[in-house]
Design a protein around this ligand. Structure first.
Ligand SMILES: Cc1cc2nc3c(=O)[nH]c(=O)nc-3n(C[C@H](O)[C@H](O)[C@H](O)COP(=O)(O)OP(=O)(O)OC[C@H]3O[C@@H](n4cnc5c(N)ncnc54)[C@H](O)[C@@H]3O)c2cc1C
Length: 420
């Protein structure tokens, strides 16, 4: 704080904690994105610093989660059960504006909304999730996605994919195109394969599933392959990079894809998950680097490029943490604690992060991977001995228990973030 301000305030009889309290009382934190990271940060800012004004900017009146959207494809969850409104956050004192953030002026500390409104902020939190890289796969753009959905953002795309699966004739083939790392939810495509197989087994037992993957390894690979075999026999075929799994071209009208070695595959239902990048607002804020993702400080998730802007969740470069809802939730809590501490003159607590990704392979067959992370020498590192994966050859009761833990996790994190 400059000397002249300091002296004036001291003369006015204000001590340092009082100054900080006064700052906190007038401080405004704006959060962009009411998903896993943003809604968590908004709620926990209000909890940690009730004097701070918190505004959440999110275009949609209800947030539909990608977690458990594969279960919706399987017919194991209703669409409505995936939706969460913002009344719980309003009740916690968060001001919610349903609009899209269009532009950031980092030096003036303002955010422009789609409504034309300008919000001034003292700290800005961005958790916009991912955007698709429409230029990455030849022939796959927004128009093609209406014929061959990605369903990698929960909403109209997910419902379209479900309708296509329902309309598909028995004996047809469901083809999924899977990108290389990094992408949203590393185990997600393989859980989706299992959940589509669950649906086929009951309704289209002669159908086939072909997974064309741009990599040779994936999250919980051995566990997924064991579960697929046990529950669905030969219904699911996975083709990795070395076996010509990488797709380069998509013909959405013909529902055909072409691989790097020129092999063509025809689908009855085509699900293309393209490569991704951080949501566009990170580019407007100047926080994304040449990779398309956002470098952040490990101890707070503040941008490494622009002070005062914090970025959470899928948009960030946070490896070894995966791009998961659970990870975004713990990042939101750490960032909220760091911002609240700065604004109220308290010391920042040490940063600690966690993640568990449950995947459902069958109705009573769950598997998981877990990790604990901390900031060390400016980097995120995995705490040794704290994480792990489900055992191979686990007993049926163990798999059933993990399926129940997954459902309990979904209920708990939804309540934690949106209040239900
Ligand atoms: C099929 C599938 C299954 C998954 N399963 C799991 C799982 O079981 N467990 C798990 O932990 N994770 C899972 N995930 C991953 C999880 O969905 C993401 O990691 C998580 O949503 C990331 O949180 P986020 O806050 O970064 O983004 P999101 O949760 O996507 O939230 C982003 C929000 O920002 C809003 N937004 C974007 N741009 C703007 C803007 N300019 N202005 C205002 N608002 C904006 C969007 O409308 C959205 O509401 C799954 C993902 C998929 C695709």
């Amino acid at each position: 704080m400059p000397m002249h301000i300091n002296r004036r305030l001291v003369l006015a009889g204000l001590t340092l904690p009082a100054i900080v309290r006064a700052q906190a009382a007038s401080a405004h934190v704006v959060v962009v994105g009411g998903g896993f990271g943003g809604a968590t940060a908004a709620r926990y800012l209000r909890l940690r610093a009730p004097g701070v004004r918190v505004t959440l900017v999110e275009p949609e009146p209800r947030f539909f989660t990608c977690p458990f959207s594969n279960l919706y494809l399987a017919g194991l969850r209703t669409w409505d059960s995936l939706g969460h409104g913002y009344d719980g956050l309003r009740a916690a004192g968060v001001e919610v504006i349903h609009a899209r953030a269009e532009d950031v002026n980092a030096s003036a500390r303002t955010l422009r909304l789609s409504t034309g409104q300008q919000l001034r902020w003292d700290r800005l939190v961005l958790s916009p999730g991912v955007d698709m890289r429409w230029d990455a796969l030849e022939g796959y753009d927004e128009a093609a996605a209406r014929r061959a959905p990605h369903a990698w953002k929960a909403g109209a795309q997910t419902r379209l994919l479900r309708q296509q699966l329902e309309a598909m004739p028995d004996g047809g083939s469901f083809v999924m195109v899977i990108p290389d790392d990094p992408f949203r939810c590393p185990p997600g495509p393989y859980e989706r394969a299992a959940m589509v197989a669950h649906y086929f087994k009951q309704h289209k037992p002669a159908a086939k599933i072909l997974l064309l993957d741009a990599k040779d390894n994936f999250s919980k690979k051995g566990l997924f392959q064991q579960g697929w075999k046990a529950l669905y026999g030969d219904m699911i075929e996975w083709v990795g990079l070395s076996d010509d799994g990488r797709v380069l071209r998509v013909d959405a009208d013909a529902l055909e894809v072409e691989t790097a070695f020129g092999t063509r595959h025809k689908a009855a239902v085509l699900n293309v998950i393209p490569p991704q990048k951080a949501g566009f607002i990170t580019g407007r804020a100047g926080v994304a680097d040449a990779s398309g993702w956002v470098p952040v400080k490990a101890e707070s998730f503040e941008s490494r490029q622009v002070a005062g802007i914090y970025v959470l969740g899928d948009a960030t470069i946070a490896a070894p943490m995966p791009k998961s809802g659970f990870a975004a939730n713990t990042q939101g809590k750490v960032a909220a604690a760091a911002i609240a501490a700065d604004l109220t003159g308290r010391e920042r607590p040490a940063a600690s992060y966690a993640n568990t990704c449950y995947s459902l392979v069958g109705q009573d067959y769950g598997i998981s991977v877990a990790g604990v992370y901390r900031a060390q020498d400016g980097k995120l590192v995995e705490a040794p001995g704290a994480g792990g994966v489900s055992p191979m050859d686990g007993a049926a009761a163990f798999r059933a228990a993990e399926a129940r833990y997954g459902a309990a996790w979904y209920a708990a994190i939804s309540a934690d973030i949106w209040g239900g």
